[in-house]
Design a protein around this ligand. Structure first.
Ligand code: ADP
Ligand code: MG
Length: 342
């Protein structure tokens, strides 16, 4: 088996200064806690986890932008600490999207610059840029300065930047985050095509539908730990014997507490959307638990708009593993504001 990535017990502890009165006090954030995983050649490998899970930290270490506190990692056979240049020459990466572009340059100038940085010969660079303008529909804005771009346009040019050196391995860190639905769908189609052409892709997301649609295998990551790894089907099958119940309505706190204390309720995740509660309940067996769930909700003054047993999703796998949904923010410290002066 040929591996593109192998990591051994990667750890990252950030040490950051406190703010205001607490300036003198150092804070530690244990962002990665012993990450071990492998990515096979030719895979689209997903890292699925909520905001703050450690996805960007892991991608930064694998792309040599950040040193791990301890542990080891190899990318395309090269050590990320000792063979930084060789790693960089073998990868393309799109990290934190727009922050990686020079705002005073045009999109084309950015691609020229990064192409040169990656040692793409001049003639080849020109051909690549024309190819990418065509592939990604950049014609309308590529000759304007990046500061005039919408966030979606910045994202797509950052994506082009990741492809400029035609590297065999691509790291895409939440690439669709500032894109509209249409642009995001198109990007995923291109990712699939690139994969068919033989590229290995590491793709991070907090959106379960993206991971489910795209990825051959997925690592579910939460609070710096990989909680499960498998194909989307394997991960979902891991909770197939349980039953999932989806509920929407106006559900008071006391009803939620009553549900949580039911013996047949294993995990319960609540999201508030538009003044309503959206519940996903993992039960030992949804058919037998459903009547009791309804009774408990009604007795506790809930207004039910929708209730139904459902097929498990990757979100449910995450709920089962953590008791939280993927949309919950788990960051310990907000990252510094992007530097817009570049
Ligand atoms: N530069 C930093 N200094 C201190 N803490 C950080 C820094 N960057 C990220 N963190 C913290 O590390 C954890 C993981 O963050 P990150 O890797 O950005 O997660 P994700 O990309 O999955 O949202 C979070 O708790 C975050 O607040
Ligand atoms: Mg991130």
């Amino acid at each position: 088996m040929e591996y593109v990535i192998r990591t051994e017990n990667l750890e990252k502890i950030y040490i950051s200064k406190g703010k205001g009165l607490f300036r003198r006090k150092k804070r530690e954030v244990h962002a990665l806690k012993g990450i071990d995983f492998q990515v096979k050649k030719g895979e689209i490998f997903g890292l699925l986890g909520p905001n703050g899970a450690g996805k960007t930290t892991l991608i930064k270490i694998l792309t040599t932008l950040l040193l791990p506190t301890s542990g080891r990692a190899r990318v395309n056979g090269y050590d990320v600490i000792k063979e930084e240049r060789k790693v960089r020459a073998s990868i393309g990466c799109m990290l934190m999207g727009e922050r990686g572009l020079y705002w005073k340059l045009t999109g084309r100038e950015n691609l020229e610059y990064f192409g040169a940085l990656y040692y793409v010969p001049k003639k080849r660079r020109r051909e690549r840029i024309e190819y990418l303008i065509e592939l990604l529909d950049l014609g309308d804005f590529i000759d304007r300065t990046v500061e005039t771009y919408s966030s979606g346009q910045k994202m797509i040019v950052s994506f082009a930047k990741a492809l400029i050196n035609d590297a065999p391995t691509l790291f895409l860190d939440e690439p669709t985050i500032a894109m509209d639905v249409h642009a995001a769908r198109k990007l995923r189609e291109i990712v699939k095509d690139l994969n068919k052409q033989g590229k290995t892709i590491i793709y991070t997301t907090h959106l379960m539908h993206e991971a489910d649609e795209l990825c051959d295998r997925i690592a579910i990551i939460d609070k710096g730990e990989i909680k499960a790894i498998g194909t989307p089907a394997e991960l979902k099958a891991s909770i197939r014997q349980e039953g999932i119940v989806r509920i929407e309505g106006i559900i008071p706190q006391k009803a939620l507490e009553a549900l949580r204390s039911m013996g047949s309720v294993e995990k319960l995740a609540v999201e508030e959307k538009g003044g309503k509660e959206h519940l996903r309940i993992i039960t030992a067996n949804s058919r037998s638990a459903l009547p009791e769930i309804i009774r408990v909700l009604v007795e506790n003054e809930s207004t039910l708009e929708y209730i139904s047993p459902e097929e498990p999703t990757l979100e449910d796998v995450f709920v089962k593993l953590t008791g939280r949904t993927l949309s919950e923010d788990t960051r310990e410290i907000n990252e510094p504001e992007p530097d817009k002066s570049r």
